[in-house]
Ligand binder design. Structure first.
Ligand code: FAD
Length: 396
Protein backbone atom coordinates (compact mmCIF):
# COMPACT_ATOMS: atom_id res chain seq x y z
CA UNK A 1 0.00 0.00 0.00
CA UNK A 2 1.13 3.54 -0.72
CA UNK A 3 0.46 5.74 2.35
CA UNK A 4 -0.08 9.49 2.40
CA UNK A 5 2.39 9.88 5.28
CA UNK A 6 5.09 7.57 6.66
CA UNK A 7 6.22 8.46 10.21
CA UNK A 8 9.51 7.06 11.50
CA UNK A 9 9.32 6.85 15.31
CA UNK A 10 6.37 6.33 17.64
CA UNK A 11 7.43 8.70 20.44
CA UNK A 12 5.40 11.80 21.39
CA UNK A 13 6.22 13.59 18.09
CA UNK A 14 5.30 10.68 15.85
CA UNK A 15 2.19 9.72 17.80
CA UNK A 16 0.84 13.28 18.26
CA UNK A 17 1.28 13.92 14.55
CA UNK A 18 -0.30 10.59 13.60
CA UNK A 19 -3.25 11.30 15.89
CA UNK A 20 -3.80 14.69 14.23
CA UNK A 21 -3.31 13.45 10.67
CA UNK A 22 -5.01 10.10 10.69
CA UNK A 23 -8.53 11.57 10.67
CA UNK A 24 -8.07 12.59 7.05
CA UNK A 25 -4.98 10.83 5.65
CA UNK A 26 -3.62 7.29 5.47
CA UNK A 27 -0.71 7.12 7.93
CA UNK A 28 1.86 4.46 8.81
CA UNK A 29 3.90 4.84 12.03
CA UNK A 30 7.00 2.68 12.42
CA UNK A 31 8.37 2.23 15.95
CA UNK A 32 11.39 0.11 16.77
CA UNK A 33 10.28 -0.90 20.28
CA UNK A 34 7.68 -3.60 20.96
CA UNK A 35 5.61 -1.12 22.97
CA UNK A 36 5.36 2.68 23.09
CA UNK A 37 6.62 4.87 25.93
CA UNK A 38 9.51 2.63 26.91
CA UNK A 39 12.27 2.93 27.87
CA UNK A 40 11.25 6.16 29.62
CA UNK A 41 13.88 8.91 29.57
CA UNK A 42 11.84 12.03 30.24
CA UNK A 43 10.88 13.67 33.58
CA UNK A 44 7.38 14.59 32.34
CA UNK A 45 7.18 18.17 33.65
CA UNK A 46 5.04 20.37 31.40
CA UNK A 47 3.16 23.66 31.58
CA UNK A 48 -0.61 23.95 31.84
CA UNK A 49 -0.52 25.40 28.31
CA UNK A 50 1.18 22.21 27.06
CA UNK A 51 -1.28 20.05 29.02
CA UNK A 52 -4.18 21.76 27.23
CA UNK A 53 -2.42 21.71 23.88
CA UNK A 54 -1.79 17.94 24.03
CA UNK A 55 -5.35 17.44 25.24
CA UNK A 56 -7.06 14.29 26.50
CA UNK A 57 -3.99 11.93 26.58
CA UNK A 58 -2.13 14.46 28.77
CA UNK A 59 -5.10 15.03 31.12
CA UNK A 60 -5.53 11.27 31.49
CA UNK A 61 -1.87 10.78 32.38
CA UNK A 62 -1.71 13.72 34.81
CA UNK A 63 0.14 12.81 38.03
CA UNK A 64 0.64 16.07 39.95
CA UNK A 65 0.19 19.85 39.71
CA UNK A 66 2.57 22.47 41.12
CA UNK A 67 1.83 25.96 42.38
CA UNK A 68 5.38 26.77 43.46
CA UNK A 69 8.77 26.50 41.84
CA UNK A 70 11.96 27.31 43.78
CA UNK A 71 15.10 28.29 41.89
CA UNK A 72 18.35 27.93 43.85
CA UNK A 73 21.73 29.55 43.23
CA UNK A 74 24.91 27.51 43.93
CA UNK A 75 24.98 28.78 47.54
CA UNK A 76 21.25 28.05 47.90
CA UNK A 77 19.90 31.57 47.59
CA UNK A 78 16.27 31.07 46.62
CA UNK A 79 13.93 32.73 44.11
CA UNK A 80 10.31 31.60 44.46
CA UNK A 81 7.84 31.60 41.57
CA UNK A 82 4.15 30.91 42.10
CA UNK A 83 1.21 30.35 39.78
CA UNK A 84 -2.16 28.68 39.87
CA UNK A 85 -0.86 26.15 38.91
CA UNK A 86 2.51 26.82 37.32
CA UNK A 87 3.31 23.41 35.87
CA UNK A 88 2.28 19.79 36.10
CA UNK A 89 3.70 16.29 35.87
CA UNK A 90 2.46 13.66 33.44
CA UNK A 91 3.22 9.95 33.48
CA UNK A 92 5.27 9.71 30.30
CA UNK A 93 4.63 6.03 29.67
CA UNK A 94 0.87 6.48 30.11
CA UNK A 95 0.92 9.60 27.91
CA UNK A 96 2.37 7.65 24.99
CA UNK A 97 0.02 4.72 25.63
CA UNK A 98 -3.00 7.06 25.46
CA UNK A 99 -1.62 8.74 22.32
CA UNK A 100 -1.11 5.27 20.83
CA UNK A 101 -4.71 4.41 21.78
CA UNK A 102 -5.92 7.46 19.82
CA UNK A 103 -3.90 6.48 16.76
CA UNK A 104 -4.76 2.76 16.70
CA UNK A 105 -7.72 1.97 14.54
CA UNK A 106 -7.26 5.14 12.49
CA UNK A 107 -3.66 4.58 11.36
CA UNK A 108 -1.41 1.55 11.00
CA UNK A 109 1.33 1.26 13.62
CA UNK A 110 4.18 -1.21 13.13
CA UNK A 111 5.76 -1.94 16.53
CA UNK A 112 9.08 -3.75 16.93
CA UNK A 113 10.19 -2.58 13.48
CA UNK A 114 13.20 -0.43 12.79
CA UNK A 115 13.68 1.84 9.78
CA UNK A 116 17.23 1.43 8.57
CA UNK A 117 17.28 3.81 5.59
CA UNK A 118 15.04 6.33 3.87
CA UNK A 119 14.92 7.93 0.46
CA UNK A 120 12.35 10.11 -1.27
CA UNK A 121 8.95 8.59 -0.43
CA UNK A 122 10.37 5.27 0.80
CA UNK A 123 11.58 3.65 4.00
CA UNK A 124 13.54 0.41 4.23
CA UNK A 125 12.56 -1.68 7.27
CA UNK A 126 14.82 -4.09 9.16
CA UNK A 127 12.62 -6.93 7.85
CA UNK A 128 13.80 -6.04 4.34
CA UNK A 129 10.37 -4.71 3.39
CA UNK A 130 10.14 -1.31 1.66
CA UNK A 131 7.15 0.89 2.57
CA UNK A 132 6.07 3.85 0.47
CA UNK A 133 4.47 7.18 1.30
CA UNK A 134 3.92 10.49 -0.43
CA UNK A 135 5.43 12.32 2.56
CA UNK A 136 8.07 11.10 4.98
CA UNK A 137 8.15 12.45 8.55
CA UNK A 138 11.17 11.56 10.68
CA UNK A 139 10.37 11.64 14.40
CA UNK A 140 13.23 9.44 15.60
CA UNK A 141 14.19 11.54 18.65
CA UNK A 142 17.65 12.56 19.83
CA UNK A 143 19.37 9.40 18.50
CA UNK A 144 19.33 10.82 14.93
CA UNK A 145 20.50 7.71 13.19
CA UNK A 146 18.63 8.67 10.01
CA UNK A 147 18.48 12.44 10.45
CA UNK A 148 22.24 12.81 10.71
CA UNK A 149 22.54 11.44 7.18
CA UNK A 150 19.97 13.93 5.85
CA UNK A 151 20.60 17.10 7.87
CA UNK A 152 24.22 16.50 8.85
CA UNK A 153 25.76 15.60 12.19
CA UNK A 154 24.85 17.64 15.29
CA UNK A 155 27.30 18.29 18.12
CA UNK A 156 27.00 15.91 21.09
CA UNK A 157 24.21 17.16 23.30
CA UNK A 158 23.41 17.09 26.96
CA UNK A 159 22.69 14.00 28.97
CA UNK A 160 20.14 13.92 31.79
CA UNK A 161 20.28 11.29 34.56
CA UNK A 162 17.45 10.72 37.01
CA UNK A 163 16.48 8.71 40.07
CA UNK A 164 13.01 8.14 41.38
CA UNK A 165 13.67 8.16 45.12
CA UNK A 166 11.36 6.76 47.75
CA UNK A 167 11.62 9.21 50.63
CA UNK A 168 9.68 8.80 53.84
CA UNK A 169 8.64 12.43 54.25
CA UNK A 170 8.27 13.72 50.67
CA UNK A 171 4.86 15.25 49.95
CA UNK A 172 3.10 15.60 46.61
CA UNK A 173 2.33 19.26 47.39
CA UNK A 174 6.02 20.19 47.84
CA UNK A 175 7.42 22.65 45.24
CA UNK A 176 9.42 21.77 42.16
CA UNK A 177 13.02 22.73 42.98
CA UNK A 178 15.65 23.67 40.43
CA UNK A 179 19.35 23.98 41.32
CA UNK A 180 21.88 25.92 39.26
CA UNK A 181 25.24 24.63 40.45
CA UNK A 182 27.98 23.67 38.02
CA UNK A 183 29.25 21.11 40.55
CA UNK A 184 26.27 18.82 39.91
CA UNK A 185 25.07 20.09 36.52
CA UNK A 186 27.79 21.81 34.46
CA UNK A 187 26.23 24.23 31.93
CA UNK A 188 22.71 23.07 32.84
CA UNK A 189 20.68 22.50 36.01
CA UNK A 190 19.46 19.85 38.45
CA UNK A 191 15.89 19.25 39.58
CA UNK A 192 13.59 17.77 42.22
CA UNK A 193 10.01 16.97 41.21
CA UNK A 194 7.51 15.53 43.70
CA UNK A 195 5.78 12.59 42.03
CA UNK A 196 3.47 11.71 44.95
CA UNK A 197 3.08 8.49 46.99
CA UNK A 198 6.36 9.25 48.77
CA UNK A 199 8.34 9.40 45.53
CA UNK A 200 10.52 12.29 44.42
CA UNK A 201 12.17 12.53 40.98
CA UNK A 202 15.68 13.99 41.15
CA UNK A 203 17.80 14.58 38.13
CA UNK A 204 20.86 16.33 36.89
CA UNK A 205 22.16 17.13 33.43
CA UNK A 206 25.22 18.43 31.63
CA UNK A 207 27.41 17.90 28.55
CA UNK A 208 27.72 14.23 27.57
CA UNK A 209 31.44 14.02 28.37
CA UNK A 210 31.03 15.39 31.90
CA UNK A 211 28.04 13.42 33.19
CA UNK A 212 28.02 10.13 35.07
CA UNK A 213 26.09 8.46 37.88
CA UNK A 214 28.70 9.65 40.38
CA UNK A 215 27.55 13.21 39.77
CA UNK A 216 23.90 12.19 40.26
CA UNK A 217 24.78 10.35 43.49
CA UNK A 218 26.75 13.43 44.61
CA UNK A 219 23.66 15.57 43.96
CA UNK A 220 21.48 13.24 46.08
CA UNK A 221 24.05 13.36 48.92
CA UNK A 222 24.01 17.17 48.68
CA UNK A 223 20.18 17.16 48.92
CA UNK A 224 20.43 14.90 51.99
CA UNK A 225 23.09 17.10 53.61
CA UNK A 226 21.00 20.22 53.09
CA UNK A 227 17.80 18.56 54.38
CA UNK A 228 15.84 18.56 51.09
CA UNK A 229 15.41 14.78 51.27
CA UNK A 230 15.73 12.26 54.12
CA UNK A 231 15.92 8.47 54.39
CA UNK A 232 15.79 7.85 50.64
CA UNK A 233 15.97 4.65 48.64
CA UNK A 234 16.58 4.54 44.88
CA UNK A 235 13.48 3.07 43.24
CA UNK A 236 14.68 3.39 39.66
CA UNK A 237 17.33 5.00 37.49
CA UNK A 238 16.66 6.40 34.01
CA UNK A 239 17.69 9.16 31.63
CA UNK A 240 18.78 10.00 28.14
CA UNK A 241 19.91 12.64 25.69
CA UNK A 242 18.49 16.12 26.19
CA UNK A 243 18.34 18.37 23.13
CA UNK A 244 19.30 22.00 23.74
CA UNK A 245 20.40 23.57 20.47
CA UNK A 246 19.32 25.93 17.69
CA UNK A 247 16.09 24.42 16.33
CA UNK A 248 15.35 23.98 12.66
CA UNK A 249 12.03 23.76 10.84
CA UNK A 250 13.37 20.38 9.71
CA UNK A 251 12.06 20.55 6.14
CA UNK A 252 14.05 18.86 3.44
CA UNK A 253 13.04 18.99 -0.22
CA UNK A 254 9.32 18.96 -0.86
CA UNK A 255 8.36 15.76 0.94
CA UNK A 256 10.64 15.10 3.94
CA UNK A 257 10.06 16.70 7.34
CA UNK A 258 12.03 16.09 10.54
CA UNK A 259 10.15 16.87 13.77
CA UNK A 260 10.65 16.84 17.55
CA UNK A 261 14.01 16.15 19.19
CA UNK A 262 15.48 15.00 15.87
CA UNK A 263 15.07 18.57 14.52
CA UNK A 264 16.23 20.24 17.75
CA UNK A 265 12.67 21.42 18.44
CA UNK A 266 12.89 21.64 22.23
CA UNK A 267 12.94 24.65 24.54
CA UNK A 268 16.73 25.09 24.70
CA UNK A 269 16.63 26.59 28.20
CA UNK A 270 15.22 23.40 29.76
CA UNK A 271 15.39 20.76 27.02
CA UNK A 272 11.62 20.24 27.40
CA UNK A 273 10.14 18.99 24.14
CA UNK A 274 6.49 18.17 24.83
CA UNK A 275 5.24 21.77 24.58
CA UNK A 276 6.95 22.48 21.26
CA UNK A 277 5.98 19.08 19.87
CA UNK A 278 2.31 19.70 20.69
CA UNK A 279 2.39 23.04 18.87
CA UNK A 280 4.50 22.01 15.87
CA UNK A 281 2.59 18.78 15.21
CA UNK A 282 -0.64 20.83 15.15
CA UNK A 283 0.89 23.32 12.68
CA UNK A 284 2.16 20.45 10.53
CA UNK A 285 -1.18 18.61 10.59
CA UNK A 286 -2.98 21.81 9.53
CA UNK A 287 -0.42 22.37 6.76
CA UNK A 288 -1.61 19.11 5.18
CA UNK A 289 -4.84 20.95 4.26
CA UNK A 290 -2.84 23.10 1.83
CA UNK A 291 -1.48 22.45 -1.67
CA UNK A 292 2.14 22.37 -0.53
CA UNK A 293 2.24 21.10 3.09
CA UNK A 294 6.02 21.30 3.48
CA UNK A 295 6.25 24.94 2.39
CA UNK A 296 3.13 25.88 4.38
CA UNK A 297 4.61 24.23 7.51
CA UNK A 298 7.96 25.98 6.99
CA UNK A 299 6.25 29.36 6.90
CA UNK A 300 3.74 28.73 9.69
CA UNK A 301 6.36 27.25 12.05
CA UNK A 302 8.61 30.32 11.78
CA UNK A 303 7.08 32.10 14.77
CA UNK A 304 7.64 29.29 17.25
CA UNK A 305 11.06 28.44 15.77
CA UNK A 306 12.17 32.06 16.22
CA UNK A 307 10.88 31.99 19.83
CA UNK A 308 13.05 28.91 20.41
CA UNK A 309 16.05 30.63 18.79
CA UNK A 310 15.58 33.52 21.23
CA UNK A 311 15.44 31.01 24.09
CA UNK A 312 18.64 29.41 22.83
CA UNK A 313 20.44 32.76 23.10
CA UNK A 314 19.12 33.07 26.67
CA UNK A 315 20.15 29.47 27.41
CA UNK A 316 23.71 30.03 26.17
CA UNK A 317 23.96 33.06 28.41
CA UNK A 318 22.41 31.61 31.54
CA UNK A 319 24.00 28.18 31.42
CA UNK A 320 27.48 29.68 31.02
CA UNK A 321 27.36 32.07 33.97
CA UNK A 322 30.06 31.19 36.52
CA UNK A 323 28.73 30.06 39.92
CA UNK A 324 29.92 33.15 41.85
CA UNK A 325 28.17 35.42 39.34
CA UNK A 326 24.97 33.36 39.71
CA UNK A 327 25.03 33.97 43.46
CA UNK A 328 25.38 37.73 42.87
CA UNK A 329 22.50 37.69 40.38
CA UNK A 330 20.26 35.74 42.78
CA UNK A 331 21.13 38.09 45.66
CA UNK A 332 20.16 41.12 43.64
CA UNK A 333 16.99 39.45 42.28
CA UNK A 334 15.92 38.62 45.84
CA UNK A 335 16.53 42.26 46.94
CA UNK A 336 14.32 43.48 44.08
CA UNK A 337 11.70 40.74 44.66
CA UNK A 338 11.97 39.58 41.04
CA UNK A 339 10.30 36.26 41.90
CA UNK A 340 7.29 37.98 43.52
CA UNK A 341 6.96 40.49 40.67
CA UNK A 342 7.24 37.78 37.99
CA UNK A 343 4.63 35.71 39.80
CA UNK A 344 2.23 38.65 40.02
CA UNK A 345 2.39 39.32 36.26
CA UNK A 346 1.78 35.59 35.70
CA UNK A 347 4.73 33.34 34.81
CA UNK A 348 4.13 31.19 31.74
CA UNK A 349 6.33 28.14 32.35
CA UNK A 350 6.97 27.45 28.65
CA UNK A 351 7.30 31.06 27.51
CA UNK A 352 10.63 31.96 29.09
CA UNK A 353 11.40 34.68 26.54
CA UNK A 354 7.95 36.30 26.90
CA UNK A 355 8.27 36.30 30.70
CA UNK A 356 11.42 38.40 30.41
CA UNK A 357 9.89 40.83 27.91
CA UNK A 358 6.73 41.22 30.02
CA UNK A 359 8.78 41.72 33.17
CA UNK A 360 10.98 44.31 31.43
CA UNK A 361 8.01 46.27 30.12
CA UNK A 362 6.31 46.33 33.56
CA UNK A 363 9.39 46.75 35.74
CA UNK A 364 11.83 48.72 33.64
CA UNK A 365 13.90 50.10 36.53
CA UNK A 366 14.35 46.64 38.10
CA UNK A 367 15.30 45.21 34.68
CA UNK A 368 18.01 47.85 34.21
CA UNK A 369 19.21 47.23 37.73
CA UNK A 370 19.32 43.44 37.12
CA UNK A 371 21.31 43.96 33.93
CA UNK A 372 24.05 45.62 35.95
CA UNK A 373 24.63 42.31 37.77
CA UNK A 374 25.23 40.50 34.50
CA UNK A 375 28.45 42.07 33.15
CA UNK A 376 30.71 39.05 33.66
CA UNK A 377 28.10 36.71 32.27
CA UNK A 378 27.27 38.98 29.38
CA UNK A 379 30.77 39.80 28.19
CA UNK A 380 31.58 36.81 25.93
CA UNK A 381 28.11 35.27 25.99
CA UNK A 382 26.19 37.99 24.14
CA UNK A 383 28.62 38.09 21.25
CA UNK A 384 28.64 34.30 20.98
CA UNK A 385 24.83 34.20 21.22
CA UNK A 386 24.40 36.77 18.45
CA UNK A 387 26.86 34.97 16.14
CA UNK A 388 25.13 31.62 16.72
CA UNK A 389 21.66 33.16 16.22
CA UNK A 390 22.76 34.72 12.93
CA UNK A 391 24.25 31.41 11.79
CA UNK A 392 20.99 29.64 12.65
CA UNK A 393 18.89 32.24 10.81
CA UNK A 394 21.13 31.98 7.74
CA UNK A 395 20.78 28.17 7.81
CA UNK A 396 16.99 28.57 7.86
C1 FAD B 1 16.37 13.21 31.17
C2 FAD B 1 15.30 13.89 30.33
C3 FAD B 1 14.32 14.64 30.94
C4 FAD B 1 13.35 15.28 30.16
N1 FAD B 1 12.37 15.98 30.81
C5 FAD B 1 11.41 16.59 30.09
C6 FAD B 1 10.36 17.28 30.74
O1 FAD B 1 10.29 17.31 31.97
N2 FAD B 1 9.42 17.89 29.97
C7 FAD B 1 9.46 17.85 28.60
O2 FAD B 1 8.60 18.46 27.95
N3 FAD B 1 10.46 17.20 27.96
C8 FAD B 1 11.43 16.57 28.66
N4 FAD B 1 12.42 15.88 28.02
C9 FAD B 1 12.45 15.90 26.54
C10 FAD B 1 11.42 14.97 25.96
O3 FAD B 1 11.56 13.69 26.50
C11 FAD B 1 11.62 14.92 24.45
O4 FAD B 1 11.57 16.24 23.94
C12 FAD B 1 10.57 14.07 23.75
O5 FAD B 1 10.56 12.76 24.22
C13 FAD B 1 10.86 14.06 22.25
O6 FAD B 1 9.92 13.28 21.60
P1 FAD B 1 10.27 12.68 20.16
O7 FAD B 1 9.07 11.89 19.77
O8 FAD B 1 10.76 13.74 19.27
O9 FAD B 1 11.49 11.70 20.44
P2 FAD B 1 11.53 10.34 21.35
O10 FAD B 1 10.71 10.53 22.58
O11 FAD B 1 12.95 10.05 21.51
O12 FAD B 1 10.83 9.28 20.43
C14 FAD B 1 11.45 8.82 19.24
C15 FAD B 1 10.91 7.43 18.95
O13 FAD B 1 11.42 6.98 17.68
C16 FAD B 1 11.82 5.64 17.80
N5 FAD B 1 12.86 5.41 16.78
C17 FAD B 1 14.08 6.00 16.72
N6 FAD B 1 14.73 5.60 15.61
C18 FAD B 1 13.91 4.73 14.98
C19 FAD B 1 14.04 3.98 13.77
N7 FAD B 1 15.12 4.03 13.01
N8 FAD B 1 12.98 3.18 13.41
C20 FAD B 1 11.86 3.12 14.16
N9 FAD B 1 11.71 3.80 15.32
C21 FAD B 1 12.71 4.61 15.71
C22 FAD B 1 12.34 5.51 19.23
O14 FAD B 1 12.28 4.19 19.67
C23 FAD B 1 11.35 6.42 19.98
O15 FAD B 1 10.22 5.70 20.44
C24 FAD B 1 13.39 15.19 28.76
C25 FAD B 1 14.38 14.42 28.13
C26 FAD B 1 15.32 13.77 28.91
C27 FAD B 1 16.38 12.94 28.24
Amino acid sequence: MNYDVLIVGGGPSGLMLASRLSKKLSVLVIEEHESVGVPQHCAGLISIEALRSIGSPAFRSLVNKFRTMELYSPSLKKIVLTGSPLACLVDRVLLEEYLYGEVCGRARVLLGTRVIAVSKGRALLDSGEVVRGKYLVIAEGASRFITSRILGKKPPGIVGLQYDLECADSRAEDPVRVFFSSKYSPKFFSWMIPVGDGVIRVGTAGPVNSMNTRRLRGFVKFLERKGFVRNCRVKRFFGGLIVSEYPTAGTYGDNIIVIGDAAGQTKPLTGGGLYTISILTRILAEAFNSENPVEEYRVKSRRIISRLIFQKIMADLLHNIPDEAKDEIWEHAIELDVGGKLSSIGVEYDRHEENIVRFASKHFVETLSMMRTFPRALSGGVVRGIILAMKALLRE
